[in-house]
Structures are given as structure tokens and as C-alpha cells.
Design a protein around this ligand. Structure first.
Ligand code: ZN
Length: 579
């Protein structure tokens, strides 16, 4: 029985109106019904995005006639009697700025394949080709998909997982190339900017080489960086042999912003191993119809977040104090969200679909980021392994071995328990305390770990007597509007609500800058009750709220004054710029 063959052709008849026209030619399909579906999400970004809502005019044709095509679910169309050659045509609207949505403009297009190309139900495994009819004035195509020989506008995908993992940038982007770790790299810059190509090539070469050293090999032959520059931009999305990055076009010459961009590069590049190849079993092959739940994002995103800064340190771009400032930010992010007492790193991973990607006014009280918490657990693992093995092994060894075992040898996703077993076997250490902590809300004693490499975590606010109401406010049209109420605070207990307008405190009208509130906090007493006049949906009421000690934490990582020579030596290895 022949395999069905799928050939896509995309054209742009109205790019200025943000449309891409798609033709899907299906041949050698010999079943009675042909169901085709649009993915509802894109791997790496764990939210149901309903890409099918931008699809219109789905029609099917045999070589001679139109044939019946009926919509049977939100993202699936059924062709009742497909011909040996069936052509399906549809249009997709794309006008959303992000690394995971289509953006089609008069002079360029960013195409996310998961938001553009439909798949035959149950046949993610078959290969396909994509032909691109570029508008006349567009000259470049940047993508990780290989070109079919002799035709630079036709591309090949071995299966639909690879197709959906290969974004396309079309237009007149600024392109240059460099080689690093034996891999041909293409850099495609969109939207202008004050970047220095040589500097970027040389700095990113170092990042590529450092990361390749960790993993032991670089599995790609080519890799594409697609960077979208905006007035203010950020964020990225990882792919098998490419990445899409957001950046601020005029920030490349600001040293701190430039280093942040390098961290983003290091982060997304690290993913070509960690998540795209070494992955929990739930993350591939994917179901494009619904959520793919995993507790493992604390390893995938958390470890990657730990390494993105560390790589920049290893390359020598961060000094040790700069690096420690970046690392401690993870602790401050987590400990200044009451949600860390509610949600574990594993649960934060599992609920990414309904929480991390869908924040609301109560999110800080109920959730943490698996990026931050995963990075905290990663540093605990790294320094623990270093110290236990007298500096001969570290988390690098675990990753390299997991990549070799689960991806290279067995070519499958791992169960978290297997990952822990392998980590313990590779390092000869017991890591259960840290792996268990990923599933609990009770905190690890992180100082126990930092002390082993001669460092300590210190909360500079520990003895401060500052008072707080536990609210965050914003000034909107000259009014003070409550944006967030911290769990357990005086405002929480007294029943202040998000969206309340604060009008007066203790009979004094609040000025628009909120200075009166600051004055009361500076001069009040613990447990003093203050009367707050609020407008809630236009009705005035008075709330009696107690002042409490501020729970704001300000952690720093310092050298431990009484560190032993062994601990100091371990610390030097941990933060060495010459691995
Ligand atoms: Zn990531």
C-alpha cells in the first residue's frame, strides 16, 4: 500500500492584509475519508492557542471537480470521497507579534508551521514538501528545513513533527553565516537594529562551543537564528535546528542588555539538546489536538535557565558577581511570591497550560515559575555533585550521560525517576533530597548546598522592620487602583479587592502618586489598624486593615567568610570561566 504524499504550496496574494494562501496536495491516499487537522498548540509554548480560528475558506478538489469538505470539529475538516489526487486549499490570517504566531505583512512574513499547515489525522509520521511562492520583492527564506536540491524554494520535512518544528522567515532579512562546533550557522535579523555582526558571530561561537562541550556533540549540521527586532522585544522559542528570538533593536550596544540577549541565545541554543532531544516521555511524539501534560518542565526549562547564565559566565561575559546576581534573581522571584508555599516545581510544570501561560491577579498567591524553581534545584544539584565528587563531576556529566542514554542509544523520552536513577549512577551520589523537593512545597535548605562551595544565601531584609499592607497599586487616569493583594497580608485579611480604587487613608485623601500611603507605612506601628476609603465598582466603603511587617525578601549570594580551603576550591570550579 503506497504511503500518502503531501505537498504544500504557500503563496501571498494579500500579504498586506496578513493572509497566507495554502494549498495541500494529497496523493496516494486510498481510504474513504480524509480528515485533516490544524494543530491547536505549538511545542515549547504550553498553551492551547487555537490556531484553527485563523483558518478560512477550506475547500477540496479532485483533478476535475470540487469535492465535499465538511468541518467536523473546531480544528478538523473531513473530505468524504477523496480522489487519488486531492487538493485542499485554505487561507490563514496572521497578525500577532510573538515567537509562536504567524505575522504576515506587506514586506515580510513569519510563518509558524504549526499555525499554518494541516496534517492528515493519525499520519504525523509521513514526510512532506513545502513550496514557497515568494512575492516578487522578497528575496530570502530562512528556515531549518533542508532545501530540495536544485530548487531553492522547495523544502523537505521528514515528518510533521519536524515540519512543525521549523519556522520560516520570508522577506528581506539581513542574513550572515558563521561556523561553530562544526555546524553551519545562519543568523537572520529582521526589523533593523544597532547590532554588530562580527561581535555577535564571535560571541555566539563561544556560546555554541561551550554548550557543545557540555553535551559532548552537536547533532546538527545547520542551525538558524531568526531574530525579530522591535522597539522593545524579548523571549524566544526553541526548535530542533533553529530558534526564534525577540530583541530590542537599539539595545545591542548597551552592555547589560547585550548580555541579556546572549543569555537568551544561550538558553534557546541549550534547548536543542535539553527538550528537543533529551526530553520527558510526554514531550514527543506530540498530540497536536490537546494539552500534553508533563511534570518535567522544571528539568527542561529550569535546568536550561540555570545553564543560560552559567554558560555566559563560562564564556567570560559575566564576572562572578554579575553571574551571582543573575542566579540569585531566581531565589528572589520565587520567595517573593506566596505561591511557593502552594505549588511545587513539578505541579507548576504540569499546570503550565492553565497557570504559567494564563496569569491573572491571583497568580502570585498560587503559583511559581518552573523556570526559577527549576534553576534553584539545578544549582543545588550542581554544587552538591561537585562537592560529593571532590570536583570531578557536576551536573554537566548527568546531562551528557542522559543525552547519550535516552536520546542516542534508546531514542525515547525519559521518566523522571529514570533520570534521577541515571544521575545518581553517573555521579555516585544520592540526589533524592533534591529530586523529592521538586514535588514538594517545603523548601530545601539551600544554604546547606551553597556552603559546600564556600558561598551563602543571605536575605538583606531579614532584620528590617518595614511595614506593608501587602498590595500592589497602579495609577490609572490619576486614580490609585489596586492590582494585587498578597496572601496573608493585612490587605488580604481585611478584604481589600483587586480593582478597588483607594481614595483616602485615615481621613486623608491620597495624592495621585500614593505618597500618603508611603508616609503611613514609614511611620505606622505593627498591627495598627488603618481606615481605607475605597470605591468598589462606584460604591464607597471603608475597610479597616492592619499594618504588618513586610514579607519582602532580598536575597544575595555572598562568599562565606569561614569557608574551608576545600569549599573555596569547589567554589572556584563551580564558577570557573575555563571549563
Ligand atoms: Zn526555555
Amino acid at each position: 500500500m503506497p504511503e500518502p504524499r503531501v505537498q504544500f504550496t504557500i503563496s501571498f496574494t494579500e500579504p498586506h492584509a496578513h493572509y497566507v494562501d495554502v494549498e495541500m496536495d494529497v496523493t496516494d491516499f486510498d481510504e474513504k475519508m480524509l480528515d485533516i487537522s490544524m494543530p491547536v498548540w505549538t511545542p515549547g509554548s504550553y498553551l492551547i492557542r487555537e490556531y484553527e480560528r485563523h483558518v478560512e475558506l477550506v475547500e477540496a478538489f479532485s483533478e476535475t471537480d470540487r469535492i465535499a469538505c465538511e468541518k467536523i470539529s473546531k480544528n478538523t475538516w473531513r473530505i468524504q470521497a477523496p480522489a487519488n489526487k486531492t487538493k485542499i486549499s485554505y487561507r490563514v490570517y496572521g497578525f500577532e507579534v510573538s515567537v509562536r504566531t504567524n505575522m504576515i505583512l506587506a514586506d515580510r512574513a513569519f510563518i509558524n508551521p504549526a499555525a499554518t499547515f494541516m496534517y492528515i489525522k493519525g499520519r504525523i509520521d509521513i514526510d512532506c514538501t513545502v513550496k514557497i511562492n515568494l512575492p516578487e520583492k522578497w528575496s530570502h527564506i530562512s528556515t531549518g528545513l533542508p532545501r530540495i536540491a536544485q530548487n531553492r524554494h522547495v523544502f523537505y520535512a521528514k515528518n510533521f513533527d519536524i515540519l512543525y518544528d521549523s519556522p520560516l522567515e520570508l522577506g528581506n532579512q539581513d542574513i550572515w553565516h558563521f561556523h561553530a562546533a562544526g555546524v553551519a550557522h545562519e543568523f537572520a535579523m529582521v526589523g533593523g537594529g544597532n547590532y554588530d555582526k562580527q561581535q555577535l558571530s564571535s560571541d555566539i561561537t563561544k556560546i555554541v562551543e561551550e554548550e557543545t562541550k557540555i553535551w559532548g556533540e552537536n547533532p546538527n549540521t545547520q542551525y538558524v537564528f531568526i531574530t525579530h527586532n522591535y522597539q522593545t522585544g524579548g523571549g524566544g522559542l526553541e526548535h530542533l535546528n533553529s530558534t526564534v528570538l525577540g530583541a530590542s533593536r537599539n539595545a545591542y550596544q548597551i552592555p547589560s542588555a547585550y548580555k541579556n540577549f546572549l543569555c537568551l541565545v544561550a538558553h534557546e541554543y541549550f534547548h536543542l539538546w535539553n527538550v528537543k532531544r533529551l526530553r520527558p516521555k510526554e514531550l514527543g511524539p506530540f498530540d497536536y489536538d490537546k494539552e500534553n501534560y508533563t511534570t518535567g518542565l522544571w528539568i527542561m526549562e529550569g535546568f536550561t535557565s540555570y545553564y543560560d547564565n552559567l554558560i555566559i559566565r563560562r564564556c567570560g561575559f559575566f564576572s562572578i558577581p554579575e553571574y551571582l546576581d543573575m542566579l540569585v534573581n531566581d531565589f528572589n522571584q520565587v520567595y517573593n511570591r506566596p505561591g511557593y508555599r502552594i505549588q511545587s516545581a513539578a505541579l507548576a510544570s504540569y499546570d503550565a497550560w492553565i497557570k504559567h501561560y494564563r496569569p491573572d491577579e491571583n497568580s502570585a498567591n498560587t503559583s511559581i515559575s518552573y523556570y526559577n524553581k527549576g534553576a534553584m534545584l539545578a544549582v543545588a544539584l550542581d554544587v552538591h555533585i561537585l562537592s560529593e565528587t571532590q570536583g570531578t563531576k557536576r551536573l554537566d556529566n548527568v546531562l551528557r550521560s542522559a543525552y547519550q542514554t535516552f536520546y542516542k542509544k534508546e531514542n525515547r523520552g525519559f521518566e523522571e525517576k529514570e533520570f534521577q536513577t541515571l544521575a545518581e549512577a553517573v555521579t555516585g551520589t544520592n540526589l533524592s533530597e533534591i529530586f523529592d523537593a521538586a514535588h514538594r512545597t517545603e523548601e530545601l535548605d539551600y544554604n546547606k548546598y551553597f556552603n559546600r562551595v564556600g558561598y551563602q544565601l543571605v536575605d538583606l531584609n531579614h532584620n528590617k522592620q518595614e511595614l506593608s499592607l501587602g498590595i500592589k497599586i497602579a495609577i490609572q487616569e490619576g486614580r490609585i487602583i489596586l492590582k494585587n493583594v498578597e496572601r496573608g497580608s493585612g490587605a488580604w485579611d481585611a478584604g481589600l479587592n483587586v480593582d478597588d480604587e483607594l481614595i483616602a487613608i485615615n481621613g486623608n485623601r491620597l495624592d495621585a502618586a500614593g505618597k500618603e500611603l508611603e508616609f503611613i507605612l514609614q511611620h505606622g506601628q505593627v498591627d495598627e489598624i488603618i481606615d481605607i476609603l475605597v470605591s468598589r465598582d462606584g460604591l464607597i466603603r471603608t475597610i479597616h486593615a492592619p499594618l504588618r511587617r513586610s514579607t519582602k525578601q532580598q536575597w544575595v549570594i555572598q562568599q562565606k567568610p569561614d569557608a574551608t580551603p576545600f569549599q573555596k576550591r569547589m567554589g572556584e570550579i563551580w564558577l570557573s570561566a575555563e571549563i
